[in-house]
Design a binder for this molecule. Structure first.
Ligand SMILES: *Cc1c(COP(=O)(O)O)cnc(C)c1O
Length: 384
């Protein structure tokens, strides 16, 4: 069977070796602890599940949904931006429902990227930014996220030749995998840069609600003029422990939303209404469940960061996300991750898997209980 070029040209899967080892260890009966996956271990809150069960019994929800999403869900999204940021959006034209943000991150390319157009994306970063561009025939161009720049891209370093061909730019704060945050000054710079260079800005804010110590991550759309150039894509996955439900949205510039909608009418038939009704319950009910989630992650993060420093692995507590981005002593992220797996049966993600500029770091996700994180630290004692 001969695969299409677009499949053959995809970057190779870097975790095959690690996956093989994990399977092998588990088969041998080892108690493998994974801090490798960015998938909440805590169940979805009860009231959201109840809303879903009720919606499942309503025949109106057994029929095709609309591709752009229920107006009531999009109104709930608009309400969230008014409540959390004081921003007003028209639910009908400035919000669209997505079947998880991954769907939108991929499909947006088909609305705006012509063959040869450049898509600027952060490296290290979520792999779908550049594979999505490749699928659409675009040319992904990496913006390195370096420690000395606070893991923000250096916009001035993008060559003029590239900028001339660039159509879209991805930004992602709070950031996966580096856990870095952006301030309004950075977003101001991005908006001005986008206007000067005719770029569409896509701000992936999947971790907008996971922040510690009273810190509130700014939203890209809070900056004047942001709505002229971009949209925010946010997801219910991390905020409400709903990765398995597949529900997200894009909000912002109406022409960008319309372009995405045009693609979606031809690709899918929209998110299930049953899931969207659950999403309305999530967005409009008390946000105490989110606070409780964040409290749990923060407690785990404190244990992890304190423990790593005690072991001589210097790292700071992140302001947001459930990730700790640790610089490894000898700079080889794959070797470090392999050593933890071989000698401690502990899984972390080597930074190189998120792009070449992720080398030198590994990512810990605090998606395990405090007891399990303490066990990880005990096992690492004397090994690292
Ligand atoms: C987890 C995550 C998402 C959310 O993906 P969904 O498809 O909505 O589950 C988006 N972007 C980044 C960077 C993530 O880490």
């Amino acid at each position: 069977m001969k695969y299409a070029e677009r499949i053959l040209s995809l970057p190779q899967y870097l975790f095959a070796e690690i996956d093989r080892k994990i399977a092998e260890k588990r088969k041998e009966g080892a108690d493998v602890i994974s801090l490798g996956i960015g998938d909440p271990d805590i169940p979805t809150p009860e009231h959201i599940i109840r809303a879903c069960c009720e919606a499942a019994g309503d025949p109106a929800n057994h029929r095709y949904p609309s591709y752009e999403g229920m107006l009531s869900f999009r109104e709930a999204v608009a309400m969230r931006y008014e409540r959390d940021y004081g921003l007003e959006f028209d639910a009908g034209s400035e919000v669209i429902t997505l079947i998880g943000s991954k769907e939108g991150v991929h499909n947006i390319n088909f609305a705006f990227v012509n063959p040869g157009d450049v898509v600027l994306y952060p490296d290290p970063g979520y792999p779908v930014y550049h594979t999505g561009a490749m699928f659409a025939g675009g040319t992904p161009y990496q913006m390195p996220l370096k420690k000395e720049n606070g893991f923000l891209p250096d916009l001035e370093a993008i060559p003029g030749e590239i900028l001339k061909r660039a159509k879209m730019m991805w930004v992602n704060y709070p950031n996966n995998p580096t856990a870095a945050v952006a301030d309004r000054t950075f977003y101001r710079e991005v908006v001005d840069f986008a206007k000067d260079n005719g770029l569409i800005v896509l701000s992936d804010e999947a971790y907008s609600a996971i922040a510690y110590g009273g810190y509130r991550p700014p939203c890209f759309l809070e900056v004047d003029g942001a709505r002229d150039v971009g949209v925010v894509i946010d997801s219910l996955s991390k905020t409400y422990n709903m990765t398995g439900w597949r529900l997200a949205y894009a909000v912002g510039n109406s022409e960008i939303i319309a372009g995405l909608g045009k693609v979606k009418t031809n690709v899918d038939s929209g998110a299930s209404q049953i899931i969207q009704v659950a999403g309305i319950a999530a967005l409009t009910s008390s946000q105490d469940c989110v606070k409780e989630n964040v409290r749990i992650y923060e407690e785990r993060m404190d244990v992890l960061v304190t423990g790593l420093n005690r072991l001589g692995l210097r790292c700071e507590k992140p302001k947001a996300t459930f990730y700790c981005w640790l610089e490894v002593p000898d700079g080889d992220s794959m070797a470090f991750a392999n050593r933890l797996l071989d000698e401690c049966a502990v899984v972390v993600t080597p930074g190189i898997g998120f792009g070449e500029h992720g080398e030198g770091f590994v990512r810990f996700a605090v998606t395990q209980s405090v007891e399990r994180i303490e066990e990880v630290l005990e096992r690492m004692d004397g090994v690292v």
